[in-house]
Design a protein around this ligand. Structure first.
Ligand code: SPV
Ligand code: MG
Length: 289
């Protein structure tokens, strides 16, 4: 099955699915070997791993270069967090065309203004008009080179403090514009507004959620609410920060690496994750003619 079709199936099937964040080829590979069906190429995590804030400081081609390595190093579909599309409908068209050419399975576009700000920063977030954002969704769908490429419309109404009616109105409009799924985002810690959104959602369009702030909500509650797909959006990045910091401080404190050797990945693991042994087999095939 094509990666695009696999992602479309993940969105459309009845069972709850899970996408794992990745921010480079290594984290992508680790998510794949852990059994995830598909990957979330997180804007926050990719920016953070470049040392940049999640405000479109990285250019779209720099993001594309990272995603390219992720595609090369995995066989599962990748959904790119495309932020606001890096500009207007025309930038969206170019983005989607390039993603299609490079084997990315889908893009998520959010209804904020360029340059976006991470949803968990600051009180207010300026939203695009419904008509402008619907134009971006249509432009994205018209630019995909593969019929099953997925365009997910992310609704930031609740993030920006709008009432539930506005979130539902926007989500319905984006589904009508051709989105393959809607992502409803929330910064509340109890998940109540997400559950309320799901209760009031009468459209067939699948719902995607990102339970970063409402992490205590049981996964079964999402299942019962009819959610299609859950994105674990930044946990690989945050795990790596915690692990690197602990080990680095430990080495600094002891001026030795002996005490951490068994805590860290082996070099053999690094070689396996970077296909070293495949290259060695290829050498036997191509260098000994
Ligand atoms: C990301 O992972 O970049 C996201 C999700 O967009 S969030 O950070 O929750 O906005
Ligand atoms: Mg993002």
């Amino acid at each position: 099955m094509r990666k695009t079709s696999t992602l479309k199936n993940i969105l459309q099937k009845k069972e709850l699915s899970f996408l794992m964040e990745a921010h480079n080829a290594m984290s992508a590979k680790i998510a794949e070997e852990s059994g995830f069906e598909a990957l979330w190429a997180s804007g926050l995590s990719i920016s953070a791993s470049m040392g940049l804030s999640d405000r479109n400081e990285a250019s779209w081609t720099q993001v594309m270069d990272v995603v390219d390595f992720m595609v090369d190093n995995t066989a599962i579909p990748i959904l790119l967090d495309g932020d606001t599309g890096f500009g207007n409908f025309n930038n969206v068209r170019r983005l989607v065309k390039k993603l299609s050419q490079r084997g990315v399975a889908g893009v998520c576009l959010e209804d904020k203004l360029f340059p976006k700000i991470n949803s968990f920063i600051g009180a207010g977030q300026d939203l695009a008009s419904i008509s402008e954002f619907c134009g971006k969704i249509k432009a994205a769908k018209d630019s995909q080179l593969d019929n099953d490429f997925c365009v997910i419309a992310r609704v930031e109404a609740l993030i920006s403090g709008c009432p539930m009616e506005e979130a539902l109105k926007r989500a319905n409009a984006y589904a009508g514009a051709g989105a393959d799924a809607v992502l409803i985002h929330s910064k509340q810690s109890d998940g109540a507004e997400i559950m309320e959104f799901c209760r009031q959602w009468e459209n067939d369009c699948p719902i995607v959620i990102v339970p970063t702030k409402y992490y205590n909500t049981a996964t079964d509650a999402f299942r019962e609410a009819g959610v299609s797909t859950v994105i674990w959006a930044n946990h690989s990045l945050r795990a790596s920060i915690a692990a690197m910091r602990a080990i680095t401080r430990n080495i600094r404190q002891h001026n030795s690496v002996a005490q951490v050797e068994r805590e860290i990945a082996s070099l053999d693991d690094v070689f396996k994750l970077t296909n070293e042994y495949e290259v060695q087999l290829a050498e036997q095939k191509y260098l000994t003619l």
